[in-house]
Design a protein around this ligand. Structure first.
Ligand SMILES: [Zn+2]
Length: 78
């Protein structure tokens, strides 16, 4: 298990996300963004829009995805 924060994945807060792979923490971040925006938190609007845009534009989203994977790989295991 490794941990990344919302901030490390382009969000505004320091909520900790845990996962065994970069895909896991990206999925956790996606869920986190949806949850806080649904609860009325406007500070995550931009990050959620950016996350949705990445799925719609796989090519430009790929650079972000690769970076997230690299950052995750560089982290120490818990
Ligand atoms: Zn957050």
């Amino acid at each position: 298990m490794k941990t990344m924060t919302c901030q490390q994945l382009g969000g505004p807060c320091d909520v900790v996300l845990r996962g065994d792979s970069a895909d896991d923490v990206i999925k956790a971040q996606d869920k986190h963004l949806h949850e806080v925006v649904a609860s009325g938190d406007a500070t995550h609007d931009e990050a959620l829009k950016a996350m949705k845009g990445r799925w719609k534009r796989p090519l430009s989203g790929m650079a972000w995805y690769r970076k997230a994977k690299r950052d995750f790989a560089a982290l120490p295991d818990d």
